[in-house]
Design a protein around this ligand. Sequence first.
Ligand code: CA
Length: 702
Amino acid sequence: MIRVATVAIGLLALAGCKQSDTYPNGVDQARIVEAANSSEEWLTHYGDWRNRQYSALEAIDRKNVGGLKLAWSMDMDTNRGVEATPIVADGIMYVTGSWSQVYAIDAQSGRRLWHYDPEVPGEYAGRGCCDVVNRGVALWGDKVLLGTFDGRLIAIHKKTGKPVWTQDTLIDRKRFSYTITGAPLVANGLVIIGNGGAELGARGYVTAYDIATGKQVWRFFTVPGDPSKPFESKAMAKAATTWTGKYWEGGGGGTVWDSMAYDPELDMVYLGVGNGTPWNRSVRSPNGGDNLFLSSIVALKRKSGEYVWHYQQVPGEEWDYTATQHLMLLDLQINGKIRKTIVQAPKNGFFYVLDRSNGELLSAKNFVPVTWTNGIDLKTGRPRMRDVRYETKPVDILPGPTGAHNWQPMAFLPKTGLVYIPSLELGPTKFETDRNYRFKSHSWNVAVDFKNFVYPESPEELSAIAKGLKGDLIAWDPVRQKERWRFKHRAPWNGGVLATASGLIFQGTSDGYLLAIDAVSGRELWRFFCQTGVMAAPISFRLAGTQYISVAVGWGGHYGLEWGPLALEATGGLPNKSRVLTFALDGKATLPAPEKWQGQLEPMVAIPPNQSNAMETEGRTLYARYCSACHGGAAISGGVLPDLRNISPEVYDGWDEIVLEGSRSTNGMGGFKSHIDRRQSRAIRAYVLSRAHRTWMDRPKN
Ligand code: CA
């Protein structure tokens, strides 16, 4: 308590000076706790230890935000999806771009101080489901902590930009396709990191390391392993009773790929646990079972990693219903009592409020339409499931695997008591069991028939679908479990959210704007054209008496890549441009003229006479299975990767070397020869070429 007072006075006296003099040890737990009230800096992934995406700064307010201007911008070195929330401490911003690259920037001038490239091998791009993204670093002492796409945890010296220690966080690289895209969590001297990979085959776990030495302190598995070997914890022995069959062979899933939280008062760490591998429970755990801890929030003791409690949102999960989304620690007044809660709005469309000390479910209400349940029984905590299992029949389900809310951070504003959710409504998805499924390392292992994931191709059908897709910002009352207002965006897959004490909500949009919205009325007050789709969350900080708003912009990720034509529709045809933009009331910077997305060119290769319809049809299914996750549905790029329809004679002739042998692996295009043969590779080529000619003929003519 004494320390709080000292620091508050110190900050006033030091306004404009280098704050590092006040904090000789850099960022530590006391400084993170204090920052929840001062908001001079942005010290953790979600801004404070409560993960509120909230800034107490008030200089930029509802009256003057209309005059907010660009102060500086910094172009990144790579142009893939940007999902990172920057960290700002002692006047320096640390932000990540794609390929796990880190930039240290003078937060006042935008001057680059150092850039660190961990040199993730290009072919590793295919090991992830959803682009070579990174959601940011953590800061502690003199170290910047980075999780890399290929599974390393690296401590970088914050001044020199050079690695101090590196840990390989992965188990079983041969069998499973692990990646890291999430920001590490710092918790009183420990750094905790999970991973992604549950679509391709993975067994989920998190590992805690001592930040000073890099030594492993504990590891907590989220799903049980082979029961013929000793279980790693009591929790795993218990969890194993909820699984059936040879569940461990495919890994089981349950990866912790995004949100975690740390409560320093309870000294507890919270994990958001993902979906099962394979998705299909009738394959994964053939005699049923809840399959703990899939789709669960799990609380652990920080020091030991011992299990404390869990809450499973979807028992026996099989629709990619991850509970990995943004976890917030809010103290809410419920039935006249202040409760220490943890709240989450995961993919399944419900807003959950739990007591974070013991895991008791306090309330749960859907914030978008859902078809998988008739509601959550507050006594048992279990959902009243509808008949949506697809073991014997195909099932349409809402929300689909992209969710009602994905990784984009939401925000909490104490003054309104509202949580601002970047929601998604993308229509139903059809699940059907893949009867020919067998586990194959480094391939998609979902045991769901991909024929229902083949994108429609006609422009009319696509634009009809695009019209039905929503990505509204919802102002949600977490106590009354009620929508207060919603801001309708033009298209889905908009950015994360920031709330400021002055009553402003900042959010970027897929169609290239950063908006300021009135937190009370939901009215738009300001917009800036960012020239590219925005997915990441903005932050705020103060330096030398000036309040800044900052956001890393750039299009891509799961929706930006896979949803191809719809993703391009969402941006209004903008290309990806990876940049950091920083705004202030006295900003004087401008952006260079925007780039144009090249789109489709006139086909350069004629369709050979021996190319059959059968080949093209086979190629369409194979394309949906192996290619569309990155190159876009219906062979149309969403504005990030090159459009395959612009296939050149060189690429046409060298197709097998590229597709099978991986001759362009340094660009991120690994070889697929362990998945498909030469004939199949050529069927995909035939499909791409046929699409090039068909869409060129169908193009809108002026
Ligand atoms: Ca997933």
